[in-house]
Each structure stands twice: as C-alpha cells, then as structure tokens.
Design a protein around this ligand. Structure first.
Ligand SMILES: [Zn+2]
Length: 314
C-alpha cells in the first residue's frame, strides 16, 4: 500500500453530532460522501477507520478543564456552548473520535500507508483554543495531528496551513509560543473570530512561527493564490516541515454563505498542487488534510472532490 497517494479517514459516527438547520450540520459530510461515491476515482481510494483519541495526547493540546466542560455539556443533555456552537448528548464522543481521526491520518502517512491522508471529520476544530470550544469547534483536530506527529512519530517540525476563510484562532493559541509548529492562515478580514492580524506573529520562542495573511472581502482566486505563494508557501519553505497539516476549510468558495471571498474549485485544485509540491520538497510528500468549514453543500462537495483528485494524482 506504500505507493498509495491518498487515503480517506472516515467514520460514520461523525454524522451523530448534528443540529439540522445549523450551517455545520451532518448534511455537509453526507454531501461529500455522496460526491465521493459517485466518482469512480474517488470511490476507489483506500479508506482507514478512526479510533478514539488517547486522552494524554488530547491533554497535550487542551486543558483538562476544557475536556471536562465538553464532556459535562454532553452528559447533561447538550445545549449551546456559545451562540454558534452546539453540543448534543453524543458530541463529546464524536469529538473524541474526530481528534482520533486526525491521529489516524498522521499514523497512516508516517507509517508509509499513503503519502497523504484526508480526514473527512466533524466537528471541525480550528477555532477550539487550549481552554475553550467556539465557532462550531469542540477539540482542535489539526493541533492534535501536529502533536501526534511529534509525540508518536518523533517528528520535530510541523507546518499547519489553514485555508479556511476564517482565522484559526484556536490553532494559533495552541502553538503561539512554540517554534516547532509553524501556523499559517490566509483568511478574510474582517470576519469572525476577529483575530489573525498580520502583526500576530507568535511570542517568546515561537516569535515568527505564526504567519497571518488577512485578505479583503471579494478577493478572487488569482489574488488569493498570489498571496498564498508570496507569504504562506515561502514561510513553509523556510520552516522545512517534516509533515504538512492542512486545515482544509472550503468556505472561501464564492458560493459560501458565511463569507465573501471568491475562490472556485480551480483555486482549490491549484492550492492542492502547491501543497503537494511543498510537502514533496521537505516532508517526503507527507501531508494530512483535515476538514474544517465549508457551508454551501455543492461547493463543499465539489471542492473537496477537486482537492482529492489532485492528491490522488489525477
Ligand atoms: Zn470557516
């Protein structure tokens, strides 16, 4: 299986965290799955299951108080953690499994199972800080992936590239003083959650290892890619990561209802090509993609499909 270009990490439990009518509903994952199954190339990709994340590893990202607060919210019947973020009685277990999917993706690429692994995970993670759930996110899957690469596979340098239209304040928070994990985000500004100014570049020993590229509403795909090349790709080259983790949000698509950028499926093809190239140069081709946002179902499914076609080498 070592010649396999890309594996999918899937788990039916990701449908169990659901609130019909909410933008971040299980329908998102069903739309992606339908697209994969309808495509002869994509449905032939190998898939690997997820397991629950080891709690010691989750504690390397989140405070114990945060873990317990999500568990308590679920056990007490669920409800709203904040105005945007719902929790159901199943959500703690699902979020534990989603973080475990991030680990499974890292295990797959670091164990030589495939060059790339794409975790079709929910709930998303990049807004979850060390100590707080927010912005539809309970646990920070991308941050768990980076720590898994370091603690379980002995890698030193990891880059997290966040292409979601929103700034990943949670991921930035986890690694803000850590020089070993480069965090790069290209996001619409102004927009939720209000962080991600270019001047936010890390602190202490992590100074310079956070790179934020805010772009204006109505930025199109060519403009977005120019900024991506000039700042994000350059920063990743400088960091020389042994693994590239992609916070794969698709809400910068022009059809997305939650933001105003104007990317297309072609943009997502181009960004996948660039990330493949930079991972090939520094990380023996290893990249882990984890689903974040994307709220127009057709645009989401089409853009994930476009990314997977590039990663599959088609
Ligand atoms: Zn987003």
């Amino acid at each position: 299986m070592s010649g396999t270009p890309v594996s999918l990490i899937v788990d039916d439990s990701f449908l169990l965290h659901d609130f019909p009518g909410h933008p971040e509903s299980a329908q998102r994952l069903r739309a992606i799955t339908d697209r994969v199954l309808a495509d002869p190339v994509l449905r032939s990709l190998p898939s690997a299951p997820a397991a629950d994340v080891d709690l010691d590893l989750l504690h390397a990202v989140h405070t114990d108080g945060h873990l317990r607060s999500v568990e308590r919210a679920a056990q007490s019947g669920g409800g709203w953690i904040d105005a945007d973020t719902y929790c159901t009685p199943r959500s703690y277990d699902v979020a534990i499994r989603a973080a475990g999917a991030a680990v499974a993706a890292v295990d797959t690429v670091c164990g030589g199972g495939s060059r790339t692994a794409f975790g079709l995970v929910r709930p998303p993670g990049h807004h979850a800080t060390r100590a707080q759930a927010m912005g539809f996110c309970l646990f920070n899957n991308a941050a768990v992936a980076a720590r898994a690469a370091q603690r379980l596979h002995g890698l030193e340098r990891v880059a997290i590239v966040d292409i979601d239209v929103h700034h990943g304040n949670g991921t930035q928070d986890v690694f803000y003083d850590d020089p070993s994990v480069l965090y790069c985000s290209l996001h619409q500004w102004p927009l939720y959650p209000g962080t991600g100014r270019a001047a936010e570049t890390g602190e202490g020993r992590g100074a310079g290892a956070t790179v934020n590229v805010p772009v204006s509403p109505y930025t199109d795909g060519d403009q977005w890619l120019a900024a991506f090349d000039e700042v994000v790709v350059a920063a990743v080259h400088t960091h020389r990561p042994e693994l590239v983790v992609v916070s794969a949000g698709y809400d910068a698509h022009q059809a997305d209802p939650l933001a105003q950028l104007c990317l297309t499926e072609d943009t997502y093809r181009a960004v996948a090509t660039r990330l493949e190239a930079v991972a090939g140069e520094h990380a023996a081709g290893r990249s882990v993609w984890l689903l974040e946002g994307g709220y127009d179902l057709g645009a989401l499914a089409g853009s994930v499909g476009a990314s997977l076609h590039v990663l599959a080498g088609r």
